[in-house]
Design a binder for this molecule. Structure first.
Ligand code: WTA
Length: 648
């Protein structure tokens, strides 16, 4: 597995926060030998505590751990108030709309906007500490204000990505028992308006816990207003005071929920708490992107995903950085859009997903040469394994072979990066997440908890709890323990298993190889095959279904569904049937889950006990030869029938 190695740029390293691998090892040794000392020291240094913590870590009820016990803080004050001295006129958020409209929001303006928003929620909607607020918003600054306003008054936000359907939104509203929804009429995509409010109306039809809906008017298209329930943000915000005292929060009070897909059942509400989350969001911003006081940093994610939470809003603002927020898509009006923005705003750190890199590479290979990208210092990727050709183009064409690429590996559950290069220290290898960050004690283990040998594919685990670790699944303690802490034990103790496979190379570098469970990663969006199957089963003509991932040139993985129709109905028109199935998916989950391939088959490969053999279906979808033993199947002949149908 010998790969090219790229050493950090010497000039860059000189001024980096972590300058070389010796410094990295020193930090990691400190964490290994004095775990609580390491974390306690950073927590004291980085967080503006209202009341200092008494103890660093309580593991006595593992995996229900507590960090910074007794400490009191407010995350919105950490992100805003403490910057109002030296940074009050510094740009906190630079916003660019889809159609090129711009806004620069200083820290002082951010403070006014968030305080007003917090007062609105508190005084007009009676939102109290601990209440859940669902945010269903486009990528506009008000989405960030909404998050920070919740944090300010101690409400727990749960953002639902704007691409989810009314059904998916409703499920999440009900699961979290949310009393308020914050949304927008809609926004703009590729120059034209699209709508969100009608989706909220549909989600709220029937019985729900929601009492009030706040609507930010962004595109001013016609929408329906329900009297007594729906209010215009643009109107009522004007009457709010710019002063709202931050609520005193305990270090372990919940900060937000974010629903994500697991290998079984419905999406789970991943819970993050206050102090540990914000500490690691800030520390990883500083270490991994090495953002300096005058830098401009841009992460292209959506606030509907964890990357948008940690690396557009909380991390950058906690460290007092300037963060760019973009409403549009990277290929509109053409595939030079991101590079035009890099030139215009003199962006220093650019963070995006491999899918976006592949799209930009494919549709605009030479576009980067048309712009001045010399401001760039660090490039980042996240969300899925990046393939070496995309990595190379990113490194050479975008980064001018000058900028380190930080291939950051992490998850909704980890809150922030866990495995990643440090731009001034780590010699990088293409498409490799490299090493655990200082303070993260991670290891690739086999099923018996033994460290994987070099080149042997194993399971990516974190063997000690860390501050920004998931604290629970909303309303389901048992699922929390079972999902993450029940599979692997090291030296008799349960460890956190990520669900991803990984491998060490001869230099100890970690490469993530992808999910080992029934979760697929479509354009960097996590999707449970069980969820897609449950949606497809709602189609009245479907008897059975199995969904697997299939490699996809742009999306990384696409969705492949094997469908058995109810026998008496037959297939009148296959294309029509496929369309109908995808329509059900759109309704139940949203466009992000529609299938790239649907194969109608007479049966599925099952064991005699009725379990579907997905491994076989995965191999068939990939066009691989079937090497698995199929003699234990109830009907082995079905494999050849399906395989030949796929080849056609
Ligand atoms: C995958 C996104 C390879 C992985 C932050 C993980 C990655 C899932 C990388 C989490 C990476 C994320 N290399 N795979 N650098 N980063 N993944 O919760 O499979 O939306 O489990 O969080 O994305 O997706 P999630």
């Amino acid at each position: 597995m010998n790969r090219e190695i790229f050493r950090p740029n010497k000039e860059f390293s000189k001024n980096a926060r972590i300058k070389n691998m010796c410094e990295y090892h020193e930090l990691q040794d400190w964490a290994t030998t004095d775990y609580e000392g390491f974390w306690g020291s950073y927590a004291k240094e980085k967080i503006d505590w209202i009341k200092p913590f008494d103890n660093v870590l309580d593991e006595s009820n593992f995996p229900f751990v507590k960090w910074f016990i007794g400490g009191k803080l407010n995350v919105s004050a950490q992100c805003i108030d403490r910057h109002l001295g030296s940074r009050k006129n510094k740009a906190a958020i630079i916003f660019e709309g889809d159609r090129g409209d711009k806004q620069i929001i200083t820290y002082l303006e951010l403070s006014y906007n968030v305080n007003r928003f917090a007062n609105l929620l508190k005084n007009e909607f009676d939102v109290k500490k601990g209440d859940r607020v669902v945010i269903y918003m486009p990528m506009i600054p008000e989405a960030a204000y909404a998050m920070l306003a919740c944090a300010r008054i101690g409400a727990i936000h749960s953002i639902v990505f704007g691409g989810f359907s009314a059904e998916a939104l409703k499920d999440r509203i009900i699961d979290a028992d949310a009393k308020v929804v914050i949304t927008a009429d809609g926004a703009f995509r590729k120059g034209i308006p699209y709508m969100l409010k009608p989706v909220v109306d549909e989600a709220l039809a029937g019985e729900t816990p929601v009492r009030k809906v706040l609507v930010v008017e962004r595109n001013f298209e016609d929408i329906t207003w329900v009297a007594g329930r729906d209010y215009s943000y643009n109107e009522i915000i004007k009457h709010q005071s710019v002063k709202c005292e931050p609520e005193v929060m305990d270090a372990e009070d919940p900060l937000f929920l974010l629903y994500t897909s697991g290998s079984t059942g419905k999406p789970k509400g991943v819970q993050h708490n206050q102090a540990g989350y914000i500490l690691w969001a800030q520390m990883t911003m500083e270490w991994v992107f090495d953002v300096k006081e005058n830098d401009t940093y841009w992460c292209t994610a959506d606030v509907g995903w964890i990357t948008g939470h940690t690396y557009i809003v909380y991390g950058p603002l906690a460290m007092g950085a300037t963060t760019v927020m973009f409403e549009g898509v990277p290929t509109y009006p053409d595939a030079g859009r991101p590079w035009k923005m890099v030139e215009e705003y003199k962006i220093n750190q650019f963070y995006t997903a491999p899918t976006a890199i592949r799209v930009l590479h494919k549709s605009g290979e030479d576009e980067p040469t048309k712009y001045d990208l010399s401001s760039l210092k660090v490039l980042g990727t996240v969300g899925e394994p990046i393939d070496p050709p995309a990595w190379k183009w990113y490194y050479e064409a975008v980064g001018g072979s000058r900028c380190p690429i930080v291939d950051t590996y992490w998850q909704t559950e980890t809150g922030g990066h866990i495995i990643s290069p440090l731009p001034g220290a780590t010699p990088i290898k293409p498409a490799c997440a490299t090493f655990a960050l200082p303070g993260i004690i991670a290891e690739i283990l086999d099923e018996n908890g033994v460290r994987a040998e070099v080149g042997e594919k194993g399971l990516m685990c974190v063997t000690r709890p860390w501050p920004s670790m998931i604290r629970g699944i909303w309303g389901d303690e048992e699922r929390f323990v079972k999902s993450y802490f029940s599979d692997i034990k090291k030296d008799g103790k349960s460890v956190y298993f990520t669900g991803d496979g990984a491998v060490y190379d001869e230099d100890g570098y970690i490469t993530i190889t992808g999910r080992t469970d029934d979760v697929i990663n479509v354009s960097g969006h996590r999707m449970g095959t069980a969820e897609v199957e449950a949606a497809i089963k709602k189609h009245p003509n479907v008897a059975e279904v199995a969904v697997v991932g299939k490699p996809h040139e742009i999306k990384g993985e696409g969705i492949f569904a094997y469908v058995v129709l109810k026998s008496d109905n037959g297939i009148a028109d296959e294309l029509e049937e496929m369309r109908a199935i995808n329509d059900v998916i759109k309704k139940e989950i949203g466009n992000i889950a529609i299938c790239d391939d649907i194969l109608f088959t007479l049966g599925l490969p099952k064991t005699r006990s009725g379990k579907i053999m997905r491994r076989i279906l995965r191999s068939i979808a990939k066009g691989e030869e079937i090497t698995q033993d199929i003699s234990t199947l109830e009907d082995p002949s079905i494999v050849a029938i399906i395989a030949s149908a796929v080849q056609i």
